[in-house]
Structure formats: C-alpha cells, structure tokens
Design a protein around this ligand. Structure first.
Ligand SMILES: *Cc1c(COP(=O)(O)O)cnc(C)c1O
Length: 369
C-alpha cells in the first residue's frame, strides 16, 4: 500500500473528506493469494466476471482499432451506438468507462451539492461513493427481509431525490425486482430512476419496454459481465432522449476509448456465445444453490449469495483463500449482517473446487468456526 501521508505531513489535509475514508472495496488479488498460500492455480470467483475469453470478433475489432489509435475516437461513439440500436432496437444510448463511468457522469449531470440521492440497500457500493463525491446527501432505503424492494418505502425516500438507484438483479443478493414494482416507482417519483441492469442477461425480466412510457428512467448496462469484457471497461445506458445533450456536456470529452468501443461491437455481434454462457450460468447457479450446504438466496445473476453462519463472511473468505479460492465477503455491503459471501459462477474446475472445499469446511468444523 502506498503511504497515505506526505513526507512532511503538510499536504494530506488538502484531500477531500469523502475520499479520505475508504473507497471501493475490491475482491482479493489472485497474485497475492497465490503467493501467500503457495498455490499456483487460483479460482477467481470474487468479481462476477465471465471466465471465458472475449468473443473472437471482439478481439479482432479491438486489435484493428489499435492500428488507428493515433486518432481521437468519435466523440459521439456513433458506431457503437448503431450496433446497440441494431441489437436492442432504436433507442437513445450513452456510453461510459464501464457502467461505473456512466453512473458517475449521470450523477454529475444531475446532482448539486446537498441534493438527495436514494439507494435501495444492501447493494453495489459505487452509487453511494459517486454521489458522495458530488457532495450529495445519500439516503439508504432498506430492502425487506427477503431482499425484495418495498415500492411504497422506496417511493417515499425517492420522492425528493434527484436520482435514485435500484439494482436488479441486485448485487450482492441476486434479487430480481418485478416489472410492476418498477412501474409503480416510476409513476410516483419526481426524480430519475437509475435501474442498474448489470446482470439482466442472466434473468428473464425485460425492463426495456418501460423506456417508451417513462421519461425519468435510465437503464444502466455493462459489457463486463455477460459479454466477457470487464477489462475493456465498457458501459452504456438506455436514456430518455432529452437527457442526451446534458449528459454529453457533463462528461469528459470522450466517454470511451476507440479500442474498447470496437471490442464491444464485436462482442455484441456474437450473441450465441453470450447466450451459451447464460445457459451455463443458470445450470451452475442451481447446482451451487442445491449443493453448497448453506442457504442461498434466489439469484437472477451470474453469482449466488450464501448465508455461511456461524462463519462470518470474512472468516469464510479467509478459509477459502487458504484453499485457493477467491470469493467476496458481503461484510462490506452496508445493510447486510456479516455472515454472507457472494460467489461468482466460474469455469467448471473453479465451480467444482468451490463446492468440494466449502463442503469440506462445513464438515470438518461442524459449526465451530
Ligand atoms: C459490475 C457492476 C457494475 C459495473 O460494471 P462496469 O464494469 O463498471 O461496467 C455496475 N453495477 C453493478 C451492480 C455491478 O455488479
């Protein structure tokens, strides 16, 4: 870790408070764990990545784009927007450096210091971090005991918020919010609803038809999960047309680089690979739920969340790391008790290893962590 203090101790006071106390928490680093545990092959089930390499077409177009990388990209990302329109039907799109980039720019477009931003929790932490960076007041709206969203409660909080965040399927619980609940929320709030659909390809709910009726809906998507391009950092969103020019004014001059944009086009063109991966995920999701030996919440995503009590999430993460498996503790997700882990569906060998080791941890210690 690089030092947090300047040598003279005079300058760290310049840093804004919202950035001094912790940022995004990442999953364990495979290299460090491999070295510490002396294991060469680490199962990476901590970040919900697609374990397969990107589509061939994605690699080909990305490489070709590098040949012209002396030029700035097209500022409107016209070609990528065209392929999105071909894939999903004509709609208004914005792009960003991952969906994280889209979230950040959307907040910058709408939120003044002191404005309220509500977030349905427990959920992905970046909404709150990005809102705080804009000096917003972040209002957490708790989900029900089964992690479903209570539309009435959400509406009450979201009514005087500039923008509200709802993740479906939700990270880390996997919960899918029914379309009728989203419609109810959209009709009752005055602000924007940012519906995070990072995992929507893995569930059977389609929120896109709602774009037609509702001018306060933004649907965030990413190429990082189902489309195997996490490293390329490509996110996009379906937006109401009125917001397009404002988004572009609030954004950095180029929303995305030309190499990633071309790779994304290549990946979008290979729908079959994506769909085969989705079928594979659904099969393994069921196996994890049945066979891991701990209660698992129903998931519409490429991961499951398991209640590993009496272990804490952190203790189980350490225990699995010792056996060469990276999973995510949910202890860092505000609004969840400390005894949950989130496990991504990985490659066959990773999944088999996880099932074998988690069962052996349970049997060896029989409830005595
Ligand atoms: C992974 C993820 C994202 C962001 O993905 P990018 O890699 O930034 O495109 C956004 N929301 C949720 C809920 C995620 O899990």
């Amino acid at each position: 870790m690089v030092g947090e203090k300047s040598r003279s101790g005079r300058y760290e006071g310049l840093v804004r408070d919202c950035f001094r106390s912790g940022g995004y928490v990442f999953a364990g680093r495979p290299g460090e764990i491999a070295q510490k545990e002396g294991i060469s092959r680490i199962a990476r089930l901590g970040s919900n990545e697609n374990p397969n390499p990107p589509a061939r077409g994605a690699v080909r177009l990305g490489c070709a784009a590098l040949n012209e990388a002396n030029r700035y990209p097209d500022e409107t990302m016209e070609l990528l927007v065209q392929s999105l329109a071909q894939t999903y039907g004509p709609d208004s799109f914005v792009t960003g450096v991952g969906m994280d980039g889209v979230i950040e720019t959307m907040i910058r477009t709408l939120v003044n210091p002191g404005d309220r931003v509500s977030v349905s929790t427990p959920t992905f932490s970046f909404y709150g971090l990005a809102a705080k960076a804009q000096s917003a007041e972040v209002v957490p709206v708790p989900r029900s005991e089964d992690y479903s969203v209570d539309p009435g409660l959400f509406i009450k909080a979201a009514r005087n918020s500039k923008i509200s965040f709802l993740c479906s399927p939700n990270n880390p619980t996997g919960t899918v919010t029914p379309v009728r609940d989203v419609i109810e929320i959209l009709s009752e709030i005055d602000g924007i609803l940012f519906l995070d659909n990072a995992y929507v390809e893995f569930c059977s709910v389609d929120y896109l038809p709602l774009m037609e009726e509702h001018e306060n809906l933004v649907i965030g998507r990413t190429m990082s999960k189902a489309y195997a391009l996490a490293g390329a950092r490509v996110g996009y969103a379906f937006v109401p047309a009125w917001i397009l020019p404002y988004y572009h004014r609030a954004s950095t001059p180029f929303t995305l680089n030309s190499v990633s944009a071309q790779a994304a086009m290549g990946a979008l063109a290979d729908r079959e690979s994506m769909e085969a991966y989705v079928r594979y995920v659904i099969m393994w999701r069921e196996r994890f739920s049945r066979e891991c030996g701990f209660p698992v919440s129903p998931s519409g995503a490429n991961f499951i969340m398991a209640d590993v009590a009496p272990w804490s999430g952190d203790a189980m993460v350490r225990e699995l790391a010792r056996r060469g498996i990276i999973v995510r503790s949910c202890a860092g997700f505000p609004g969840l008790p400390d005894h949950f882990i989130r496990v991504s569906i990985g490659a066959e060998w990773e999944n088999e290893l996880f099932l074998k080791e988690i069962r052996s941890i349970r049997e060896e210690k029989q409830g005595a962590p």
